[in-house]
Design a protein around this ligand. Structure first.
Ligand SMILES: CC(C)(COP(=O)(O)OP(=O)(O)OC[C@H]1O[C@@H](n2cnc3c(N)ncnc32)[C@H](O)[C@@H]1OP(=O)(O)O)[C@@H](O)C(=O)NCCC(=O)NCCS
Length: 148
């Protein structure tokens, strides 16, 4: 693990760098407006991994009652495989609170072995396949669930 990497709440000044990482990481990236909408949503939380003052990755989740969903996670290509994705996911999961248990959902492209490895290692299990869920290219989504 890179010890210099800290986790901070995302604020608007981070969004240009987050959009850079988003654009390089996904074929159908979210817009800056989408991120701003989520930052304004009281049910959403967004965290950034910041290394030497520069955003290296981010994660966004939403929680309503005892159900939560990981909406987005990405790490800049040059900072991958250093444990930052795991650190972001750990932080997001730790920040979710519920008195009577919590179920966390997410979707992942079938071919995304890096993300599927990360989620499985955290205890997420596959519960469904959503046929043709993703575009650019069209691909099935694996829906995963974690009971905390
Ligand atoms: C998925 C992603 C966030 C992982 O971030 P990361 O910082 O590289 O992940 P970590 O270094 O914390 O690694 C977490 C685990 O995944 C494994 N992993 C990482 N990249 C991998 C790869 N390309 N293939 C297989 N396993 C991989 C690591 O070995 C580690 O497992 P281990 O602890 O058992 O060794 C990153 O690859 C990414 O940003 N991908 C593009 C965006 C994306 O696909 N997001 C997910 C959308 S559902």
């Amino acid at each position: 693990m890179d010890e210099e990497c800290i986790i901070a709440e995302v604020t608007e000044p981070y969004l240009d760098r987050i959009c850079e990482i988003e654009n390089i990481s996904f074929s159908d990236p979210w817009s800056k407006e989408s991120f701003m909408g989520l930052l304004a949503n009281p049910f959403c939380k967004a965290f950034a991994a910041v290394k030497s003052g520069i955003v290296a990755g981010y994660i966004i989740d939403i929680q309503i009652g005892n159900e939560a969903e990981i909406l987005n996670i990405a790490v800049a290509p040059e900072s991958r495989k250093l444990g930052i994705g795991r650190k972001l996911l750990d932080h997001a999961l730790d920040s979710m609170k519920s008195a009577d248990g919590l179920t966390v959902y997410l979707e992942v492209r079938e071919s995304n072995s890096a993300a599927r490895h990360l989620y499985t290692s955290k205890g997420f299990r596959e519960i469904a396949v959503r046929k043709g869920y993703y575009i650019k290219p069209r691909e099935d989504a694996i829906e995963m669930k974690l009971e905390k």
